[in-house]
Design a protein around this ligand. Structure first.
Ligand SMILES: Cc1cc2nc3c(=O)[nH]c(=O)nc-3n(C[C@H](O)[C@H](O)[C@H](O)COP(=O)(O)OP(=O)(O)OC[C@H]3O[C@@H](n4cnc5c(N)ncnc54)[C@H](O)[C@@H]3O)c2cc1C
Length: 421
């Protein structure tokens, strides 16, 4: 029997396994399909100190309503009768205030800043290679409205003490020669970085297996958490029962389904996004980019280029909506004049579910109701960025040590049962 059993082999589950091992715990990971095969696989792979504004922010609701009936918009809520969705939207709406955003930003900032040095440490592990590059991030705009949005974000980031550079066309071109003529300016975040997210998770998992303190069971689906007197006594799967002293629920967007078997409600909605990864690009930027008007990201990977974007609250439906994929790609020729739509047929189209809480903060902590249950989910758009620090915090909580990365007040804001009141 392992000390800790982790449900979910995504970035959060595997990083948690790493830090739990470092803290001296033996770990078993149960994964229903393949390690790193879900949302942690085809995402944009950006490590983003620049992203201090939570998903729940002023203006999101009014913008979302404008886009609601546009099936190719970057943000879309599929109308459906679901009490979970309705109560999530209700909570999301009240979190979209200036004061709530200002309260969440320092917490996100603190977590991200604590995660950054951990990426350096992980990249320094012998033979662990996951395409980690510290090139910063460019937010580009082609129109005045895009410029205003970018500068607003830049001011908020600067207010948190982050280095931010506003660039005109000439300065942009000097930094990244692949920026085309139509772009009128950009904002550069030098602290940002990127990696190949799929490789990050699978390479770290392979390393953990090799070291022998972590056992990973793939194709092992958790069907029930069995509780007796406030403690989880068994984890039921399609491969039999497992037990451990402590259980970590890191099932991404599926976490609410698993928690429900305990009668525990986790308000996490799946926000589907897409990426298109093209092999052998003729032009590839050195610095990843976010295209302000298109709300799409461009990440240079080894011999590949990845376009990603859109956010669709449509439940756990993995189907590919071609209109949304097209809306991401529509932006490509503006930024890459050599881009040919035909090359998409050689590319890989992927969809993933971001696990989103209504207040835009993840849930990281020990359950108040179930003694030996830890939860780490709800990382929304920054789960790769926050994976190392989440794992570290979980290992400290499991070891009943004081958490170094963040204050007790912030931990209360990240607590598992904060929506139960
Ligand atoms: C288009 C897009 C772009 C993104 N870009 C970025 C980015 O640039 N930077 C960034 O930081 N983040 C980004 N994200 C967000 C990031 O991908 C997620 O926040 C992160 O991957 C979540 O990790 P996770 O481990 O919680 O979930 P997942 O990776 O989904 O892992 C959960 C795992 O649990 C398993 N599981 C579920 N149910 C069960 C069960 N019953 N039994 C056993 N196993 C189970 C699943 O199979 C899965 O492997 C992006 C997301 C999308 C969609």
């Amino acid at each position: 029997m392992s000390d800790v059993l982790i449900v979910g082999g995504g970035a959060i589950g595997i990083c948690s396994a790493h830090y739990l091992n470092q803290a001296g715990f033996s770990v078993t990971v149960l994964e229903k399909s393949e390690v790193g095969g879900a949302c942690s696989h085809g995402n944009a792979g950006l490590i983003v100190p620049s992203h201090v504004v939570p998903l729940a922010a002023p203006g999101v609701i009014s913008q979302g309503l404008k886009w609601l009936f546009n099936s190719s918009s970057p943000f879309y809520i599929k109308p459906r009768l679901s009490s979970d969705l309705i109560s999530w939207i209700w909570r999301f709406r009240s979190a979209c205030s200036e004061s709530r955003m200002r309260r969440s930003m320092p917490i996100i900032h603190e977590l991200i800043q604590a995660s950054l040095p951990l990426f350096d440490e992980l990249a320094a592990i012998d033979d662990l290679s996951f395409g980690y590059r510290k090139e910063g991030l460019l937010m580009l705009f082609a129109k005045e409205k895009g410029r205003q949005d970018c500068l607003k974000g830049a001011n908020l980031a600067r207010g948190m003490g982050m280095p931010v550079e506003e660039l005109d066309q000439e300065a942009l071109r000097a930094l990244e020669p692949h920026v085309p003529d139509g772009i009128i300016g950009g904002v550069y975040y030098p602290q940002d970085a990127h990696l190949d997210p799929g490789r990050f998770v699978t390479a770290l998992a392979a390393k953990l297996k090799q070291k022998g303190q972590t056992t990973i069971h793939t194709q092992t689906e958790v069907t029930e958490l069995v509780e007796e007197q406030g403690k989880i006594v068994a984890v039921r799967t399609n491969q039999g029962d497992f037990t451990a002293d402590q259980i970590l629920l890191a099932g991404g967007s599926w976490s609410p389904l698993i928690a429900r078997t305990l009668g525990l409600k986790l308000p996490v909605q799946a926000a589907k996004g897409y990426s298109i990864t093209l092999p052998g690009p003729t032009v590839s930027p050195r610095i990843p980019m976010i295209l302000a008007e298109a709300k799409a990201t461009v990440t240079p990977l080894e011999n590949q280029i990845r376009f990603a974007g859109t956010l669709e609250l449509a439940g756990l439906d993995p189907s590919i909506n071609r209109k949304r994929v097209a809306s991401i790609l529509k932006a490509a020729p503006t930024y890459f004049p050599d881009f040919r739509a035909e090359s998409v047929s050689r590319g890989q189209i992927w969809s993933g579910f971001r696990p989103c809480t209504p207040d835009g903060l993840p849930m990281i902590g020990r359950s108040d109701r179930f003694d030996n249950l830890l939860v780490a989910t709800g990382h929304a758009m920054i789960g790769i960025t926050l994976a190392p620090i989440t794992g570290k915090i979980i290992s400290e909580i499991a070891a009943e040590q004081s958490v170094q990365a963040t204050s007790a007040q912030s931990l209360a804001d990240l607590s598992v049962e904060r929506f139960s009141a």
